[in-house]
Design a protein around this ligand. Structure first.
Ligand SMILES: CSC[C@@H](O)[C@@H](O)C(=O)COP(=O)(O)O
Length: 350
């Protein structure tokens, strides 16, 4: 992918470590306000994750890792093993901040592991590990971008869902990384982004992010997706993931499953792009995934303006599971798995 100048895409950073605090780009306020929230404690990081100040599977894992470093500043311990004991309660609170994206538990497990093995220098060890989790995520995204883009025929149109870009990761993005690479290589001619109700990650975040790169996406209502596919305007749906199971079933933002069904019906290909940190071989299939349900109040209005009548009830699951049989390719930094199933997943990740 020699024609892609990665530094061009290094403008947005949702997570900044200052040495004694974590600054999070407040994604609740985008695209109209670009402000950072300063977190000085691990509990503040856990609250920011729960409130979607920072969001996107890889990004919440990275933020949680820095949350452990913040918690460490309140602990006095001679070695990593004793620090690990003292840090268990804040780590548990970070882990409980959101249930569906496995990257959160994965990053915290990594932090626990290095802590348990560290000696007197345990503070430096965990700070280095948090930095490594972030650096590796950026590298994985760049690699995935190249691998995913190579699957796309020149001149294609693509549809994406939610926000999977720099805002959701350490940088460059997963599905949006594939799209960035595909546009740079002239493979993708048109990008469509679904609004992603109710939180509007598509219209508020993805459109804003792509415009910073000089890519002009076309926003569609989520309900327009099947019609778009029927109109032959897209050849691929490209999405990220919050958890990919041992059989390839994939949890992602609510609405992904119906896109996969519509894509199969219309002969449109369906790609999932995610780092290997999103693969959870301990969860056999999508049935075992805990799907987060958020406050039904998120459905009662738009931008703080109430649109539903008073006293209505609502159900607000924020992720769904796409069965592996509807997925044409899972792309991670380790390679491409076409027509994923348990055998292919085990061959790649065991
Ligand atoms: C690279 S991000 C992949 C997923 O985390 C993304 O598609 C998604 O579903 C994010 O959900 P969110 O609720 O905004 O955290």
């Amino acid at each position: 992918m020699s024609d892609l100048d990665f530094d061009r895409y290094d403008r947005i950073r949702p997570i900044r470590w200052t040495g004694d605090a974590l600054e999070l780009l407040d994604q609740r306020k985008l695209p109209f306000e670009v402000t950072y929230v300063r977190c000085e404690t691990s509990d503040a990081v856990a609250e920011a994750i729960a409130a979607l100040t920072v969001r996107g599977a890889p990004a919440i894992g990275i933020a949680a890792a820095w949350g452990v470093v913040l918690a460490a500043s309140t602990v006095d311990a001679a070695d990593g093993a004793s620090a690990a004991q003292a840090l268990e309660p804040p780590i548990d609170r970070l882990n409980a901040s959101r249930p569906t994206a496995v990257n959160l538990a994965w990053a915290l497990a990594r932090m626990r592991r290095v802590l348990g093995e560290a000696g007197a220098d345990w503070r430096e060890v965990i700070a280095r590990e948090a930095e490594a989790i972030s650096t590796e995520d950026l590298a994985a995204n760049r690699r995935m971008g190249a691998l995913g883009a190579a699957l796309i025929e020149p001149g294609s149109g693509v549809l994406t869902h939610c926000n999977t870009g720099s805002l959701a990761t350490a940088g460059f993005g997963t599905a949006l990384g594939v799209i960035r690479a595909g546009v740079a290589q002239g493979r993708i001619e048109q990008v469509f982004a679904g609004e992603t109700r109710p939180w509007l990650q598509g219209s508020r975040l993805t459109v804003w992010e792509l415009e910073q790169d000089g890519i002009a996406p076309t926003l569609i209502a989520d309900a327009a997706a099947s019609h778009l596919m029927k109109s032959n305007k897209v050849q691929w749906v490209i999405v990220g993931a919050d958890r990919i199971c041992a059989n390839g079933d994939t949890a992602n933002k609510i609405g992904t499953y119906q896109l996969a069904i519509a894509a199969r019906h219309h002969g449109v290909k369906f790609m999932v792009a995610a780092p290997s940190s999103t693969v959870d071989m301990a969860t056999p299939s999508g049935d075992a995934i805990h799907i987060e349900e958020r406050d039904p109040g998120e459905l009662f209005g738009v931008g703080g303006v109430r649109t539903a009548a008073e006293r209505v009830s609502a159900w607000n699951p924020v992720f769904d599971v796409t069965p592996h049989t509807l997925i044409d390719a899972i792309v991670t930094e380790r390679g491409v798995i076409e027509r994923p199933d348990e055998t292919a997943m085990r061959a790649a990740f065991s």
